[in-house]
Write a protein that binds this ligand. Structure first.
Ligand SMILES: CCCC/C=C\CC(=O)SCCNC(=O)CCNC(=O)[C@H](O)C(C)(C)COP(=O)(O)OP(=O)(O)OC[C@H]1O[C@@H](n2cnc3c(N)ncnc32)[C@H](O)[C@@H]1OP(=O)(O)O
Length: 280
């Protein structure tokens, strides 16, 4: 079993920076700024950046490669207008075989572990709606900037007859605290941009992507004179408790997911929810 400390040390080693970069997937576009070394990673799985096994795997590979190629920071955003991510692809969870469901969940776990624990400074540039898994992606970054006030963000799983897994919940608790998380999660609340700002679920609300990029630059600028090793260790110690739970409980977490998602009433609810989305 990998402990948090082994994980931190392994991932904090510095390597030389390469200027060009390809994500290797048509679903993820990566542009690295030659001057700053900051990578803008844009999800582009039409129509709504549903997080299926392929997109999750492509994100995971991208995070790995950015670290190996020594990017200096990462902005996680979307190339789909008005959508950050609609969260987990419900089609993957509806009528899935145990094998496919297991692969899907394990890929999600790996992607999250990589994103949550990366020593790179990370910004979520939230340029669209970010329900459920979309909110998880944004919350796993260190700084959140939302562009425009018309979008919503939150963990709405209970509205689908599901529950946010412990590590989704813990990630939110680390940002807005247990009281607000309990209120939000039990009611499946999707926060408006203004509400999210007020509660601290997002750090900034700006009017344009240009402003969001300027805010990101400012955030990355905080670390100009901080040695990467010291920053990375500090980040991971702050995040250790949340991360450690999943590192130690991956199999248990997968079993809980498989048992819950295959319950007949849960499957029925997912089917109805999918239908309601398609009927719109
Ligand atoms: C124990 C289990 C734990 C884990 C549980 C869950 C975690 C999750 O992440 S579950 C996903 C929760 N997500 C949502 O509830 C969001 C649902 N989607 C929306 O609210 C809207 O689609 C959205 C606001 C994101 C975008 O709205 P529109 O731009 O108006 O698009 P449409 O609603 O017309 O959707 C277009 C197209 O995409 C399909 N779609 C939408 N979301 C999903 C999804 N999460 N998974 C799969 N497919 C999705 C939707 O059905 C439409 O399909 P077509 O009609 O076939 O084009």
């Amino acid at each position: 079993m990998t402990t948090v400390l082994q994980h931190v040390v392994r991932r904090s080693i510095l390597r030389p920076f390469a200027k060009s970069f390809s994500s290797g997937s048509p679903l993820v576009d990566v542009q690295v700024n030659d001057k700053t070394g900051v990578a803008i990673v844009k999800m582009g799985r039409a129509p709504v950046n549903g997080l299926n096994t392929e997109l999750l795997g492509a994100l995971n590979d991208t995070f790995d490669s950015l670290e190996k190629n020594k990017a200096t920071g990462m902005i996680l955003s979307s190339s789909i207008p008005n959508i950050y991510s609609a969260g987990l692809d419900i089609s993957e969870m509806y009528n899935g075989t145990p094998e496919n469901l297991t692969k899907f969940w394990n890929t999600l776990q790996s992607m999250w572990i990589n994103l949550y624990s990366t020593p790179l400074p990370t910004v979520a540039l939230i340029n669209g709606n970010a329900p459920a898994g979309g909110c998880l992606l944004a919350m796993s970054c260190e700084y959140r900037v939302m562009v425009g006030s018309k979008f919503v963000i939150g963990l709405n799983e209970t509205q689908l007859g599901l529950f946010a897994p412990k590590w989704f919940q813990d990630t939110m608790v680390s940002i807005i605290g247990p009281r607000q998380t309990e209120l939000a999660l039990t009611s499946g609340k999707l926060f408006s941009a203004q509400e999210a700002l007020k509660i601290g679920l997002i750090d900034e609300l700006v009017a344009s992507e240009e402003e969001a990029l300027a805010s990101s630059d400012k955030f990355f600028g905080l670390f100009k004179r901080i040695p990467g090793y010291a920053r990375g260790q500090t980040k991971n110690f702050v995040r250790a408790e949340v991360l450690d739970w999943l590192l130690k409980n991956r199999e248990h977490d997968t079993k809980v997911f498989l048992n819950s998602i295959q319950l007949p009433h849960v499957q029925k609810g997912l089917g109805l929810y999918l239908q309601s989305l398609k009927k719109k």
